[in-house]
Design a protein around this ligand. Structure first.
Ligand code: NAI
Length: 328
């Protein structure tokens, strides 16, 4: 198939080209796919997109008019695709449901450890010749209660790692799983998790129902000084409420790999530019906040798996074979 890859970075070229070999005719485009750029998909059969491409109803309608038959997501989350519109226009949507839960789970633990032991501050201090320990006091993770919201593939690996650290875990998930139960994870109501956890970590998808689930009301129920980690989707947090809670000390530590308005910020070098987003800029001022730019997935193993599954999805679609990773 002729495939237009949007939001293409050097690593997309490297891994997709290696997985593809000569099977499909792949063209790489740097811009995000959105209403302004959709014309680039003219003369292609499929588009391949990532987390910050905006495949809304208008884009779908335009893709259909250009003859696009397949939207191949090279990620797991699909909150940026209007699936109903795709169905209406008979465009097939496939994704990569699993590529490395370890990548995201291990990054999540990295954020917890760095925040707790203030590694970001220690790194800078030592480089400046400052070996004082004041302000670097951490706590033992051992014995602290973790609250895992969403125990699918990633949440389960997080539970496994936290078990190794000696952290009892509570979980909230409408579909509890036996692997977590066998680890000793206790499924509880969301309110109980919020009230009892020392560390809360989000691993559920973003849906219209759970948008901004971590809002002022939810934060009020948390322990004072709680550690909050979000490597899932930015829209799960009400960021303004989170900033208020950081200012009051209610939230003691915040680790983010995602941000609701990340589309305009992440994945580019903006080091010489002014950040126009005041909410994001405020987050950057807190010493107890660590933000990474949606890099939790970014391991060699994950990129190899993403590329292999994406090419396989496209090949199966082209050959009319069963699509196990089909959304619509
Ligand atoms: P998964 O589909 O295996 O698990 C999601 C779990 O969340 C399921 O068990 C589901 O029942 C549960 N769930 C759904 N709605 C919920 C709610 N309102 N409250 C609590 N639990 C709920 O997904 P997986 O692979 O574990 O990924 C989780 C999320 O991680 C993805 O949806 C995506 O947003 C995010 N992600 C982030 C990446 C990054 O690089 N930062 C990379 C990959 C995924």
């Amino acid at each position: 198939m002729k495939v237009a890859v949007f939001s293409a970075k050097n690593y997309d070229r490297e891994f997709l080209s290696a997985a593809n070999a000569t099977r499909h005719e792949i063209h790489f485009f740097e811009p995000h796919l959105n209403e302004e750029t959709v014309g680039l998909a003219d003369n292609f059969g499929a588009v391949c997109v990532f987390v910050n491409d905006r495949i809304n109803a208008a884009v779908i309608a335009r893709l259909a008019s250009l003859g696009i038959e397949l939207v191949a997501l090279r990620c797991a989350g699909y909150n940026n695709v209007d699936l109903a519109a795709a169905k209406k226009h008979r465009i097939t949507v496939v994704r990569v449901p699993e590529y490395s839960p370890y990548a995201v789970a291990e990054h999540t633990l990295g954020l917890m450890l760095a925040l707790n032991r203030k590694l970001h501050r220690a790194y800078n201090r030592v480089r400046e010749g400052n070996f004082a320990l004041d302000g670097l006091l951490g706590f033992d993770l051992h014995g602290k209660t973790a609250g895992i919201i969403g125990t699918g593939k990633i949440g389960t690996v997080v539970a496994q790692i936290l078990t190794g650290f000696g952290c009892p875990s509570l979980a909230f998930d409408p579909v509890p799983n036996d692997t977590c139960r066998s680890l000793g994870v206790r499924y509880v109501k969301l309110d109980d998790l919020l009230a009892q956890a020392d560390i809360i970590t989000l691993h559920c998808p973003l849906t219209p129902q759970n948008k901004r689930m971590i809002n002022r009301t939810a934060i009020e129920k948390m322990k004072t000084g709680v550690m909050l980690i979000n490597t899932s989707r930015g829209g799960l947090l009400d960021t303004v409420a989170v900033i208020e809670a950081l200012k009051s000390g209610k939230i003691g530590y915040l680790g983010l790999d995602v941000y609701e308005e990340e589309e305009e910020i992440f994945f580019e070098d903006r080091s010489g530019l002014i950040i126009p987003d005041d909410v994001f800029a405020r987050l950057l001022t807190f010493p107890n906040v660590i933000i990474t730019g949606h890099q939790a997935f970014f391991t060699r193993e994950a990129l190899e798996n993403i590329a292999a599954t994406t090419i396989d999805n496209i090949t199966k679609f082209e050959n009319g074979l069963t699509l196990e990773n089909q959304l619509v």
